[in-house]
Design a protein around this ligand. Sequence first.
Ligand SMILES: CC(=O)CC(=O)C(=O)O
Ligand SMILES: [Mg+2]
Length: 218
Amino acid sequence: MTSRNVSRYWEWGKKIICVGRNYADHAKELNNVVPTEPVLFLKTPSAYLTEGSPILIPKYSNSVHHEIELGVVIGKGGTAIPQSSAMQHVAGYALCLDMTARDVQDDCKSKGLPWTLAKAFNTSCPVSEFIPKERIPDPGNVKFWLKVNGQMRQNGCTSQMIFSIPFLISYISEIITLEEGDLILTGTPKGVSAVQVHDELHAGIDDVVSMTFKVGRR
Ligand SMILES: CC(=O)CC(=O)C(=O)O
Ligand SMILES: [Mg+2]
């Protein structure tokens, strides 16, 4: 049997589970209530994008926002994982973008409709190279940033998260069985804003990883 390499998890077609409103400063900038339970939504595997290909703004949106987030790559699956052993299920991390058609999301919210069109379109989940777990010894204190055309737009730290990574793994796995190769996007800090065609998005975790993506249109 050939063994698969988790560092190329995006080729496996597993789940992308996203946590929304996990940073109070971002919830407030969009006039959303700060949650007392995690807000979850999904992206499909066709949302994955790796460096070298452009983020494509869908035809039906005029306002696609960047949301820079820390992603957690699951290495060992499980259901109802206790918080105390949750980190044993992590293979590594990725810096991720949760590209969001904000105009469509606002419309869905006002009509009480799901966010699929706003969140799960093709290329809506650009990811960095895989970051092995050992390279981030304290995932509760990771500083990350995003620049658009050289200008700092988002600058956050996972210490600001409302729900910690072990809590999220435990909470999600009570509802949805986690599998090897799944990716959890842990939410974005404040500073989200619209991108334009030809913009260059450059993001990083200092001394760990950086990534660059151009923006195009379908
Ligand atoms: C309002 C949102 O789009 C929630 C979200 O994705 C987040 O990261 O927060
Ligand atoms: Mg997000």
